[in-house]
Write a protein that binds this ligand. Sequence first.
Ligand code: MG
Length: 258
Amino acid sequence: MNSKNILFSIALCLTTCSIIEAQDTKVIAHRGFWNTPDAAQNSIASLVKADSINCYGSEFDVWLTSDKKLVVNHDPSYQGVKMETSTFKACTSLLLNNGEHLPSLQEYVDKAKKLKTNLILELKAHSTPEQESEAVKQIISMIKKAGLEKRTQYISFSINAVKEFIRQSPKGTPVFYLEANLTPKELKDMGCAGPDYHISAFYKHPEWIKECHELGLKVNVWTVNDKKDMRWLIDQKVDFITTNEPIELMKILKAKTD
Ligand code: MG
């Protein structure tokens, strides 16, 4: 190879590397891609639509019902029905805004098997640690049976749930903590894959992003809908951005590589 070709190869490599680096931040649709016609937050449609626009992942929220079954919903209650103290039948009989019934986790998982997007599964903080341990046990078993272990990440505000996911899941399963009250070192010591913190935590502690990467942790940030925030986080090289505006985020990521 003559010197001209070597220089060209180096230039090509640098360009390719910079594209890979710029594309590193991955897009996670918060409660699925729901901000679009015929979808609703945490609906099966929002999972399918997140997949259809090639989101890296689709986030959703899980509760254990009074008869120990798993359903997908964000708030503790929906239409006056409290998830933790109501039966599976009472919860899944409710209708979402797009006409679907409130999904069971099994329905979510069955649909995900036919898709490519990763599952970002949030277990909500329950009233007792026993409920959370039972939920974690069932979730891990369901994900394993579905063959989705390599496509699932777990997140929770409950430190107990995070510890249970780490304890019960196969070694190396990514588990992220949502409550921004632990430092990167504390997360690492706990066995977490990293923080999944509100953006305000990283404006307060921008040094945490670099510290996480030096410790081998990944950084996820929620819920980032403002373009200025998206640009700042991409420049900080965070690994994942969780957003209600996945298409806007994709446009910004694409513009950075063009
Ligand atoms: Mg959530």
